[in-house]
Design a protein around this ligand. Structure first.
Ligand code: ADP
Length: 259
C-alpha cells in the first residue's frame, strides 16, 4: 500500500511536471513556427532547396506541437476517451512518425493476425504509449536491429489470479533484441523518473505513462527482459466487444409505450 501511495504521489508530480514542460514547449514551438512562416514568406522565389529545408523544419515543428498537445493532456490528466481502435490501422497510420523517430538506425517490422478485433482505448494516448515503447527499443539497440510490433488475442478465464478481470483482451507487443535489462532495472523500470539513460537523455516517464494507460484502460502492462537478451513489452487492452452489454443504470427494455 505504501508503495502504491508513493507511486500515486509521484504520478501527481509527473502530471505537474509534464504539464509545465509541455506548456513552455508549446510556447517555444509557436514562436518557431511563426518565424518559419515569416522566412518562408520572404524567401526569394526560385530557391527550391531553401524552400524544402524550411518545409522540413516546419513539419518537424508541427509534429512537435502535436506531441506537446498530447503531453499537455497527459499533464492535465484529461479524462480518457476510449473508442474502438484497430491496432493494425493505428500502427499503419503511425509508421511515418515511428520511422522518423528511429532515424534510420533500427528497422520496424509489424505483423498482425488477420481479423484482429479492435480494442477499447484512448487512441491518442495509445499512440504516445507506442511511441514510448518504440523509442525504448531503439535506445536499447544503438547498433541498429529489428523492432517487432505485433499483437495477439488473449483470454483471461474466470477465477484466474493476476488482477485482471476475466474477459477478452488484445496484447500489443513491442519486442527488441537489444541490450535488455538486469533484474534491478526491470524491477524499477515503470517507476516515474527512473531512468538509466543519463542526464538530458531520459526522463524516466515513458514506461510509467504506458503502465498508467494500461491501468486506466482496464488492461495491464507486462515487461519481460534479460540482460543481453532483449526486451518484450506487452500492453494488454480490453477488447471492444461488438455488442456491448447494457449499462447497469440503463432501464431494462420494457413494454413499448411506457414512460
Ligand atoms: P526513459 O526511456 O526516459 O529512460 P522509461 O520509463 O521509458 O524512461 O524507461 C525506464 C528505463 O527502463 C530506461 O532508462 C531503461 O533502463 C529501461 N528500459 C525501458 N525499455 C527498455 C528496453 N526496450 N530495453 C532495455 N531497457 C529498457
Amino acid at each position: 500500500a505504501e508503495a502504491s501511495l508513493r507511486q500515486a504521489q509521484k504520478m501527481e508530480a509527473v502530471g505537474q511536471l509534464t504539464g509545465g514542460i509541455a506548456h513552455d514547449f508549446n510556447n517555444l514551438l509557436t514562436a518557431v513556427l511563426g518565424s518559419l512562416a515569416l522566412l518562408r514568406k520572404h524567401l526569394p522565389p526560385g530557391d527550391e532547396r531553401m524552400a524544402r529545408l524550411l518545409d522540413n523544419a516546419w513539419q518537424g515543428a508541427q509534429r512537435g506541437a502535436a506531441l506537446t498537445q498530447r503531453l499537455l493532456a497527459f499533464g492535465r490528466r484529461q479524462t480518457l476517451e476510449p473508442t474502438a481502435v484497430s491496432l493494425p490501422q493505428l500502427v499503419r497510420d503511425m509508421t511515418p512518425l515511428l520511422q522518423s523517430a528511429l532515424g534510420g538506425g533500427a528497422r520496424l517490422r509489424s505483423d498482425f493476425p488477420p481479423a484482429l478485433p479492435p480494442v477499447l482505448v484512448d487512441a491518442n494516448q495509445l499512440e504516445l504509449a507506442l511511441l514510448n515503447l518504440v523509442a525504448n527499443a531503439r535506445d536499447a539497440m544503438p547498433e541498429g536491429g529489428e523492432i517487432q510490433v505485433s499483437a495477439a488475442e488473449q483470454t483471461v478465464p474466470p477465477g484466474e489470479a493476476g488482477g485482471l478481470p476475466p474477459g477478452n483482451y488484445v496484447a500489443l507487443r513491442v519486442a527488441d533484441a537489444g541490450e535488455g535489462m538486469d533484474e534491478a532495472t526491470l524491477a524499477r523500470a515503470i517507476e516515474p523518473f527512473f531512468t538509466t539513460k543519463g542526464l538530458g537523455k531520459g526522463t524516466g516517464l515513458g514506461l510509467s505513462m504506458v503502465h498508467g494507460l494500461a491501468a486506466q484502460s482496464g488492461g495491464r502492462f507486462l515487461l519481460r527482459s534479460a540482460r543481453g537478451e532483449g526486451t518484450v513489452a506487452e500492453l494488454w487492452l480490453p477488447r471492444a466487444e461488438a455488442s456491448a452489454p447494457p449499462l447497469p443504470d440503463e432501464p431494462p427494455p420494457g413494454p413499448a409505450g411506457r414512460s
